[in-house]
Design a protein around this ligand. Structure first.
Ligand SMILES: [Zn+2]
Length: 286
C-alpha cells in the first residue's frame, strides 16, 4: 500500500509518500481503507524523535482515522465491506487484571494506533473487530477524524471523571483549545451552565458560539487573579471584631476548591532519557 511514512526522524519533510507493506489481517481483524486521518501532536513528537517511544522505521503514524471496511477476517461478524467506520484510537487487551477490574485505561497491554502499530497515515489499517466503531453512512469523515481524540477526552472528563449533572456550574479555562472547546459543548449537552475563559476577543467569540453561557476574557489586568504564585505574604488590614465576634489566631488552613477539578494532560511529557519508558500515565486523563 501507499503511506505517508517516515524513514528517518526529523521535521515534516521527512515524511515520504511511499510503498510500504500491506497490513496483516488476522481472523478477528477488519481491514479499513482510510478516507481521513487526524494529526495529533503526539504524531509530531514521534516523527521528531522527541516522544517516549522508539520506532522501528519506516513507521506509519495516525491514531485518529475514518474509513470504509475493505475486507475482514473469517471470524468477523459485526461489519460488512463498505461500512463507514472509525476505531478506538487506543484499545486495551480486555484480559489482564486491570482490564478485569474495569480499568482498561490502565491496561498493561494498551495499544495506540500510530504508536504501537501502524495507523491512518496509510491507505489501509488493520483494526481488531472489538476496536471498530460503526458510523452512519452520512457522517463526515473529516470532522470525526479531526475531533476524535479531543472529543472523546472531553466526553470522558464530563461524564466519567467530573460526573457533571444538569444544573452544575462548570468552569472551562482556556476554552478555545481543542479539548477546551469540546468540553464546552459536552458540558452543555449534559445540561450544565458553562463559564469559560479565553485569551483574546476572537477566541472568546468563538467559545461563545460553541454554547458557553459566560466567557471571561483574560488580559494582563487579570494577573492578580491567577495561579497560586500570585499569592503574596503581605500586610493587609486587621479584621474588625464586633462585640459578638471572636478573633481567631489561625494555626492551619485548608484550601477549598469548592467543587470537582478535572485536569487534563493533553500532551505527552517531553523526552528525556529517564522518561523514555513505555509508561502511559502521562497520556491518561485525570
Ligand atoms: Zn488489559
Amino acid at each position: 500500500m501507499k503511506a505517508a511514512a517516515f524513514f528517518e526522524y526529523g521535521p515534516a519533510d521527512v515524511l515520504r509518500y511511499a510503498d510500504v507493506a500491506d497490513p496483516v489481517v488476522g481472523p478477528h481483524d477488519v481491514l479499513v481503507r482510510v478516507k481521513a486521518c487526524g494529526v495529533n501532536h503526539s504524531d509530531l513528537d514521534s516523527r521528531a524523535n522527541t516522544s517516549r517511544w522508539d520506532f522501528r522505521l519506516p513507521w506509519v503514524l495516525g491514531a485518529e482515522f475514518v474509513g470504509t471496511v475493505d475486507a475482514m477476517g473469517s471470524a468477523v461478524e459485526s461489519v460488512q465491506p463498505g461500512n463507514l467506520v472509525t476505531a478506538l484510537l487506543q484499545y486495551s487487551c480486555g484480559r489482564c487484571a486491570r482490564c478485569e477490574s474495569w480499568r482498561p485505561d490502565l491496561c498493561l497491554h494498551l495499544k495506540i494506533f500510530g504508536t504501537d502499530c501502524w495507523g491512518g497515515y496509510g491507505e489501509l489499517v488493520s483494526v481488531p473487530e472489538r476496536a471498530v466503531i460503526r458510523l452512519r453512512p452520512g457522517d463526515d469523515p473529516l470532522a470525526i477524524a479531526g475531533g476524535q481524540c479531543i472529543v472523546s477526552t472531553a466526553w470522558h472528563m464530563v461524564n466519567r471523571l467530573a460526573l457533571v449533572r444538569p444544573g452544575d456550574l462548570v468552569l472551562v479555562p482556556s476554552a478555545s483549545g481543542g479539548v477546551g472547546s469540546a468540553l464546552v459543548q459536552c458540558a452543555k449537552l449534559v445540561g450544565a451552565t458553562v463559564v469559560a475563559t479565553a485569551g483574546s476577543k476572537p477566541k472568546a467569540e468563538r467559545v461563545k458560539s460553541l454554547g458557553a453561557d459566560e466567557v471571561v476574557l483574560r488580559s494582563a489586568d487579570d494577573l492578580e487573579y491567577g495561579p497560586p504564585h500570585v499569592l503574596r505574604y503581605a500586610d493587609v488590614a486587621d479584621p474588625v471584631v464586633g462585640p459578638h465576634d471572636v478573633l481567631v489566631r489561625v494555626k492551619a488552613c485548608g484550601v477549598n476548591t469548592s467543587g470537582r477539578t478535572c485536569p487534563c494532560c493533553a500532551r505527552m511529557a517531553p523526552w528525556s532519557p529517564a522518561a523514555r519508558t513505555p509508561t502511559r500515565s502521562s497520556v491518561s486523563t485525570w
